[in-house]
Design a protein around this ligand. Structure first.
Ligand SMILES: NC(=O)c1ccc[n+]([C@@H]2O[C@H](COP(=O)([O-])OP(=O)(O)OC[C@H]3O[C@@H](n4cnc5c(N)ncnc54)[C@H](OP(=O)(O)O)[C@@H]3O)[C@@H](O)[C@H]2O)c1
Length: 289
């Protein structure tokens, strides 16, 4: 039973690969990467590496040849490009005879979401479901890891800034989500045509997050609620493409509309333990320096 992970040289793919290696023999694992030269450490573990790029259907069909189950990690691009890329990957999987696909979607994937990338995931989910492939959809909530991005500014200014108001968001550590993906990929038949809502243990506000960072660092840090246009200006000044500026700021718009505040037990059920809380995640990350 061969299992493939796309985006194996990305953060999520690498973590999923590491977790999967603890669950099944490495001889059953194949890693797909756009640039196999970046995958020397994967090969060194005895894992086969194949070149794969969602922009090239023939290449993806080769990558998927002989594969029984594949974790398709969503790509990073504007909506139109990514919808096309994901459809290409699913079509290639089907043509190559893959039996089961697992896809990293997002929580609350709706075409009309304030989080504009949600429309990509809504399209890919629908495309998978109409493909006839056996599937598992992992609706990942937002990575707790993203919260570390605002820490240097908070340490400098005393302000943990985001346009979040008092919205609660069910952040969850990326490594827990990757472990779940590996658990499903290790035994896909147990998760046939299931859709999981993978959230953290609670919906946490940015005031609470600021208080955790203050406590973990011993600094005087408070939440600063930014106007959306100011936040978008900061993202632009960091060089982010416009689609990412709109999407990332849109996370907070959606959250203020009540998305992302519903806790699901799916993550704990699949992990066999609760995911790490945001508080423990941040304390651990900040204490590691
Ligand atoms: N839930 C969240 O909070 C959250 C946050 C950020 C992103 N995401 C989504 O989750 C995905 C995984 O997150 P991450 O942290 O691992 O991001 P990441 O480190 O940026 O990894 C993105 C992966 O997508 C791969 N990729 C990009 N374009 C591709 C293409 N044309 N064909 C095949 N693979 C392609 C990249 O390949 P290379 O290794 O070759 O570059 C990389 O492995 C992201 O791509 C994004 O869709 C979720």
């Amino acid at each position: 039973m061969k299992k493939l992970i796309t985006g194996a040289t990305g953060h999520f793919g690498a973590l999923a690969l590491a977790h999967l290696s603890t669950l099944v023999p490495t001889s059953e694992i194949v890693a797909s990467a756009r640039n196999p030269d970046k995958a020397a450490d994967i090969r060194a573990k005895g894992i086969e590496v194949r070149k794969g790029d969602f922009d090239d259907q023939a290449l993806m069909e080769q990558a998927f040849t002989g594969i029984d189950a594949a974790l398709i990690v969503s790509a990073e691009a504007d909506n139109e490009t990514r919808i096309r890329q994901h459809r290409t990957a699913i079509t290639a999987a089907k043509n190559a005879g893959v039996k089961h696909v697992i896809y990293t979607s997002v929580i609350d994937p709706r075409a009309d979401s304030g989080f504009t990338y949600a429309a990509i995931h809504a399209d890919t989910e629908a495309f998978i479901k109409q493909s006839g492939l056996s599937y598992t959809i992992l609706r990942n909530s937002f990575y707790a890891d993203l919260l570390l991005g605002g820490v240097p500014h908070a340490l400098e200014t005393g302000q943990y800034a985001a346009p979040a108001g008092d919205a609660g968001i069910t952040y969850i550590p990326r490594t827990d989500l990757a472990e779940i993906a590996a658990i499903v990929l290790a035994n896909p038949a147990k998760h046939t045509n299931k859709t999981y809502d993978l959230t953290g243990t609670k919906a946490i506000t940015h005031s609470e997050i600021a208080a955790i960072i203050a406590s973990a660092t011993g600094k005087n840090i408070a939440f600063a609620d930014l106007p959306n246009d100011v936040y978008q200006g900061i993202l632009r000044s960091l060089g982010l493409p416009e689609h990412a500026v709109i999407a990332i700021s849109g996370i907070y718009l959606a959250a203020k509309n009540g998305d992302y505040n519903t806790v699901s037990k799916d993550a704990a059920t699949l992990l066999g333990r609760p995911p790490q809380s945001v508080e423990d995640f941040l304390k651990q990350a900040l204490n590691q320096g």
